[in-house]
Ligand binder design. Structure first.
Ligand SMILES: Cc1cc2nc3c(=O)[nH]c(=O)nc-3n(C[C@H](O)[C@H](O)[C@H](O)COP(=O)(O)OP(=O)(O)OC[C@H]3O[C@@H](n4cnc5c(N)ncnc54)[C@H](O)[C@@H]3O)c2cc1C
Length: 395
């Protein structure tokens, strides 16, 4: 059939990417997702396979070994992977968006040459450390410090909730983009550093276990005790990383919203099929108006969220100025949409929805994280109202 571009597949390359990502998700991720969730196990071999498929450097310029694709491509991959295994997809997001894309935009050429091949291939697992035990939503209140000492910086502090912080119970991830304070001024004294496993004074803190959902993504605390980082590992100018952090949050929010789309789609497919198969009172339960409402409302809300996400992605330049209003908007809308759709799927499946067999209970647990991670609902509401303060007429 001839290719016809639409909002969700604007080019043949986008469509081919979706097909490849969907095949990977269905053939490789889906069969192991339930077990990885139960065992709280990050699937490193599959992560490396994502590297072989070119997914880890999806947004990186071809001259650095990436696929050179746009924000829409990033959305497509997150939507597809999350339809099978949101936990794995969260680890993918932390690596490919929070580290790789962020690093590629803000690092210098020497840093890019040394690090990008390792993270794009998947031989290094990477993450990003912004949140701290005492500072999440209020990220600029971070306490981790970096003090210049000759050709090095000395880092002290801790980062909390870091996805890919550990790749198993004992082992750190390989490298991290860490934000730290290089001065007192709240917004103007944040710098970022490439911190690598094995650096003196850098260790794994608590490995965060028994999460409600996203259990296939490893989460850990990272600790810096007089951690010596070469000045050559500072990313960008000293004190100028607040903007990097804010821009990266926009991309994070867009792709987290795409994750909500993926898991919602899977829940709709499951409840739609189940409603045909399950009989009660001599007929398929899909004939009952209350069940129809669950399915129909879910479909319409999913499509509304999907349209908003893809429209926002189409207008987003990954490297320059972004769109805070709509990156907050898509995540505010889609995270709750995803959770509500997963909730309805459980309801339509009755008792079978409440146990693991049909996966919807896992997807419901995973969906909840998306109302918290990368910005809480309340943070998005605060930002949106802040950004609308001077807007009298919406175009
Ligand atoms: C599984 C998981 C993975 C994560 N991965 C990473 C990662 O890789 N890297 C990273 O840096 N961080 C990561 N995070 C951290 C995540 O981004 C934070 O949890 C999130 O930003 C919220 O911060 P907090 O948990 O400190 O909550 P707090 O900021 O303490 O918020 C607590 C409550 O207060 C509300 N609140 C706070 N301020 C306001 C306000 N001004 N107005 C209204 N309400 C407010 C919040 O909305 C929330 O309801 C992860 C978290 C989880 C759970």
């Amino acid at each position: 059939m001839a290719f016809r571009p639409d909002l969700f597949n604007p080019s043949e390359e986008h469509q081919a990417l979706r097909e490849m990502a969907r095949q990977f998700a269905e053939k490789e991720l889906w069969p192991q997702a339930q077990a990885a969730d139960r065992a709280e196990k990050f699937n490193l071999p599959l992560f490396r396979k994502a590297g072989d498929l070119g997914l880890l450097g999806i947004t990186i310029d071809e001259k650095w070994g990436g696929a050179g694709m746009d924000a829409t491509a990033a959305v497509i991959v997150h939507e597809e992977l999350s339809a099978a295994d949101p936990g794995f997809c969260l680890a993918y997001l932390a690596h490919s968006m929070l580290f790789v894309n962020n690093f590629a935009v803000n690092a210098n050429d020497a840093q890019r040459r040394r690090v990008l091949p390792k993270v794009i291939s998947g031989s290094w697992v990477a993450g990003m450390g912004m949140s701290e035990p005492h500072a999440g939503t209020d990220a600029l209140a971070m306490r981790t410090t970096a003090r210049r000492d000759g050709d090095d910086y000395i880092l002290n502090g801790a980062k909390m909730w870091i996805t890919n912080g550990a790749i198993n119970d004992h082992e750190l991830g390989d490298c991290f983009l860490i934000y730290a304070r290089t001065g007192e001024a709240r917004g103007k004294a944040i710098s970022s550093f490439l911190v690598e496993k094995g650096m003196e004074g850098f260790r794994l803190g608590q490995r965060i276990k028994d999460k409600l959902g996203m259990r296939a993504s490893p989460t850990a605390e990272l600790v810096f005790e007089d951690c010596r980082v070469p000045a050559a590992n500072r990313i960008g100018e000293e004190g100028e990383s607040t903007l990097h952090m804010m821009r990266n949050l926009e991309i994070e929010r867009l792709t987290l919203a795409a994750m909500s789309l993926g898991l919602a789609r899977k829940c709709i497919e499951i409840m739609n099929q189940y409603a045909s198969d399950r009989k009660a009172f001599g007929q398929s339960i899909r004939n009952f108006g209350q069940v129809q409402r669950h399915i129909a409302d879910s479909y319409a809300q999913w499509m509304a969220g999907r349209s908003y996400v893809y429209a926002t992605a189409a207008a987003m330049d990954l490297a320059s100025h972004g769109n805070r209003l709509d990156s907050d908007g898509v995540k505010l809308y889609c995270s709750t949409m995803g959770k509500e759709v997963a909730d309805r799927a459980i309801q339509v499946l009755g008792g079978y929805g409440y146990v693991g067999e049909y996966h919807v209970e896992r997807l419901w647990r995973d969906a909840k994280l998306l109302e918290i991670g990368g910005g809480t609902l309340e943070a998005h509401q605060k930002n949106i109202v802040g950004d609308l303060r001077r807007v009298a007429v919406l175009r």
